[in-house]
Ligand binder design. Structure first.
Ligand code: OSB
Ligand code: MG
Length: 368
């Protein structure tokens, strides 16, 4: 497939409501939408590097630089046999996984469209519907949190994840558990704690959480192994897992019992599949994380989450949970039974609405 033209869009999407985590408050989400034109088809991908380097060291600006100066020049004008060939061509570039993942996603979409198959199909997905949950930011009070959870449960979401931070943890977990004794409930700390906080997590054990996500240092697999030994509740790593090698280290060290896969964080669908397959053999359940994607990235997430070891509900919610207006059509919706349909049309299976894309684009550049 001859790569004829690549276009980058720096987009800024206003969130329906501010998203508060231990990392700060987000009012809008900046990402890069990537368009690849090749052999008469158009592939779309989304790089989930954000405006700020708080979740990951990558930002929109670093991803733009890596895409423009290293990844795109390596594949533009080339006749690629498959996605692996592109990965090989940019393999000298270390790290910058969100930059790579966005371009890789656009290539997967283009190859799938050229073959006339869905992205789910080309990635080896088997599920027709995926189980979905919702990730809720830190709220002002337990009463507000309870009413939010109530409305998400009414929509059908199969599990609730709440963000926590020191001083804003046990009161929310205990209030929710009291109100909703049987729901699937988990917490995400985004690396806000240290091993000295172990007693907070010992106390959390009584609330029957499905998992505790990334309580400790973003780069500290070893500390998590110490914490997991002290707790029955499964730990789940997000920030610390960038590759299959990280996954193997974390599982062999006993740092977690569950893995969150985000294609952006691990460098693309290809690495995601390696992690997925390894975890399946090791009997480690995985679930699909989210980065507040637009419909472009969400379509990729839904396709990847249709692989068979995505056993737990993902952070893949309806478009309207995030944005008033998505940039794809149809938008993503949740079924009353808490599932989301996996698109069956070729590639990502949804159309990018170009005038909506134009309206949210703050900067764009064409390479040909
Ligand atoms: O830690 O999972 C996280 C959003 C941005 C950055 C990090 C995280 C998140 C979420 C939101 O939890 C998940 C979603 O997209 O719904
Ligand atoms: Mg997380």
């Amino acid at each position: 497939m001859k790569i004829k033209r690549i276009e980058l869009h720096h987009v800024k999407l206003e969130l329906v409501s501010p998203f508060v985590t231990s990392m700060g408050v987000e009012y809008d989400e900046e990402h890069i939408i990537i368009r690849v034109d090749a052999d008469g088809v158009t592939g779309w991908g989304e790089s989930v590097a954000e405006g700020t380097p708080f979740y990951s060291y990558e930002t929109v600006q670093t991803a733009w630089h890596i895409l423009k100066d290293f990844l795109i020049p390596n594949i533009l004008g080339k006749d690629l046999k498959n996605v692996d060939e592109a990965i090989e061509l940019w393999s000298r570039v270390r790290g910058h996984r969100m930059a790579k993942a966005g371009l890789e996603a656009a290539l997967w979409d283009a190859f799938a469209k050229k073959e006339g198959v869905s992205l789910s199909n080309i990635l080896g997905g088997v599920l027709k519907k995926i189980d979905v949950g919702v990730s809720i930011g830190i709220q002002e009070s337990s009463a507000i949190l309870i009413s939010k959870v109530e409305s998400y449960l009414k929509e059908g979401y199969q599990r609730i994840k709440i963000k926590i931070a020191p001083g804003r943890d046990l009161q929310f977990v205990s209030a929710l558990r009291k109100e909703f004794p049987d729901i699937m409930l988990q917490v995400d700390a985004n690396s806000a704690y240290t091993l000295d906080d172990i007693n907070i997590f010992r106390e959390m054990e009584q609330y029957n959480l499905s998992l505790i996500e990334q309580p400790l240092g973003y780069d500290d697999i070893y500390a998590h192994s110490k914490m997991q030994k002290e707790l029955k509740t499964p730990l789940c790593l997000d920030e610390s897992i960038h590759s299959l090698a990280d996954t193997q280290a974390a599982i062999e060290l006993g740092s977690c019992k569950i893995i969150n896969i985000k294609p952006g964080r691990v460098g693309g669908f290809t690495e995601s599949k390696l992690i997925h397959d390894y975890c399946q053999v090791q009997n480690i359940p995985v679930w699909h994380g989210g980065m507040l994607e637009s419909g472009v990235g969400r379509a990729g997430n839904v396709a990847l989450a249709s692989l068979s070891n995505f056993i737990l509900p993902g952070d893949i919610s309806a478009s309207k949970k995030y944005y008033k207006e998505d940039i794809v059509s149809p938008v993503f919706e949740i079924n009353p039974d808490g599932t989301m349909d996996v698109p069956t049309k070729p590639g990502i299976g949804v159309e990018v609405v170009e005038d909506r894309l134009r309206r949210v684009t703050v900067h764009h550049e064409i390479f040909k």
